[in-house]
Design a protein around this ligand. Structure first.
Ligand SMILES: *Cc1c(COP(=O)(O)O)cnc(C)c1O
Length: 424
């Protein structure tokens, strides 16, 4: 084919009634021109146009299969939701809801009411508030309790969570002034005591989510910090990060933190809780009221779909925690993971490999979950990202590892088809 044999954009697009056809035809012809100039055959332009339109029609945000063994994978959307939580979203999204309507009184209600009671039951708190994410929860707490005043925080807790999110920056955006106490590896109760002054508004503890300081270290226990806070009549805010509601490894629960004396506890909805992206604050009712009344609350609040999914997840946390996917993956016996890996390996001609899975999301950084992967050829890793749904795996030592702790049985079946497609 010669350049002058190529159809015009309009001629090529004419066969399709898709509004994106002209743009797609321009793309296909541009590529064909390059190929002809390089001495190659551009092939069937109609088929190329169909392929380009297919790609343009496909949604950009898509489901993928997580074969990395990292359970709360920040790049892969963190926590998958339980079917019961998705059902709550569907019901609330499909029609109108009592989002801010009090059915008993027949008038205006509060969107926060829907999950307050269950959060109180799960954590023992007096009151609760839900916002967009945990960074927003911490920011709102400091804005409402410490604007233009001082927040004491240990130098050992001035952390970066990931993606450039740094606790000191959030602190500053809240309008509070940061006062660092202690050193990176050692902070004592006395450091807080001597830093408290007339400007102090809040004591903040930040859970060292994604790292541990080991060796010559010291951090006061939460109980000790609570005594300092109480003796100066200052609130103690505990940013837990992951915030487990039920026992998982050595991750502190929100209830334990409140029992230890924290006045407010902030945590994520989509880390170990296993629900939607959200920031949850639980604790003293008078303090929660201050957060509710702050203008930022309006900007940071959670939407109805989040609240619906959160309520569905919290109900499972009470009744059937094993149905929350994150908890199920964390707790699945390694023998069951091995069985899944063995079946997958038999079906695709791979080898079973012992691996270490991780909680991820900055949770349980030292916990190594024994796991098993199906190992296949290294070159499949890139091709598996190009099938539908894309499969995300790990390349190690010249092979592609498909970690079976983060796969359901149904997903393992999908991977069999994906590998066949990737090999052909
Ligand atoms: C993850 C984390 C945050 C941020 O939570 P998001 O829900 O991602 O906004 C804040 N603090 C700590 C300690 C964390 O681990």
């Amino acid at each position: 084919m010669r350049l002058r044999d190529l159809p015009s954009v309009d001629e090529l697009a004419r066969g399709s009634d898709d509004p994106r056809a002209v743009e797609a035809a321009r793309f296909v012809l541009g590529r064909a021109r390059e190929q002809i100039q390089a001495g190659e055959n551009p092939g069937d332009l109609g088929a190329r146009l169909d392929a380009a339109l297919g790609a343009a029609r496909a949604p950009h945000l898509r489901r993928v299969i997580n074969a990395t063994g990292v359970i709360v994978h920040t790049n892969l959307g963190r926590a998958p939701l339980a079917p019961a939580a998705i059902e709550r979203i569907r019901e609330v999204a499909e029609g109108y809801s009592n989002l801010e309507y009090d059915l008993a009184a027949g008038g205006r209600g509060s969107r926060q009411e829907h999950v307050t009671k269950i959060l109180r039951r799960l954590t023992g708190a007096e009151a609760a508030l839900v916002v967009n994410n945990n960074a927003a929860a911490v920011m709102l707490a400091l804005a409402a309790l410490a604007e233009r005043r001082e927040v004491l925080v240990s130098r050992g807790e001035l952390i970066e969570i990931g993606d450039g999110f740094r606790i000191p920056d959030v602190l500053e955006r809240s309008g509070a002034r940061l006062r660092e106490v202690g050193t990176t590896n050692r902070t004592r109760v006395a450091d807080y005591e001597s830093a408290v002054g007339p400007e102090t508004a809040v004591l903040l503890r930040v859970h060292q989510s994604n790292f541990r300081v080991v060796g010559f270290t010291e951090q006061p226990r939460l109980e000790e910090l609570a005594l300092v806070a109480q003796s100066h009549k200052l609130p103690l805010v505990d940013d837990l990060g992951s915030g487990a509601l039920v026992d998982v490894g050595d991750e502190p629960t929100a209830r334990a933190s409140l029992t230890a004396g924290a006045d407010l506890v902030c945590f994520s909805g989509d880390k170990l809780l296993g629900g939607p992206q959200a920031g949850i604050v639980v604790g003293r009712a008078d303090l929660i009221d201050k957060l509710r009344g702050h203008p930022l609350q309006r900007a940071l609040r959670a939407d109805k779909l989040t609240l619906a999914a959160l309520e569905g997840t919290l109900q499972l946390a009470v009744e059937a925690p094993g149905e929350i996917p994150v908890l199920r993956m964390l707790r699945e016996p390694s023998e069951a993971v091995r069985t899944r890996a063995t079946r997958l390996a038999e079906r695709v001609g791979g080898q079973v490999e012992e691996t270490v899975a991780r909680a991820g999301g900055g949770s349980l950084p030292l916990t190594e979950l024994p796991s098993f992967a199906c190992a296949v050829e290294e070159k499949l890793a890139a091709r598996l990202r190009d099938v539908d749904p894309p499969v995300i795996a790990v390349v190690r030592d010249g092979r592609t590892l498909l970690d079976c702790r983060t796969l359901s049985d149904a997903e393992a079946d999908e991977i069999v088809a994906a590998i066949a497609a990737a090999r052909s």
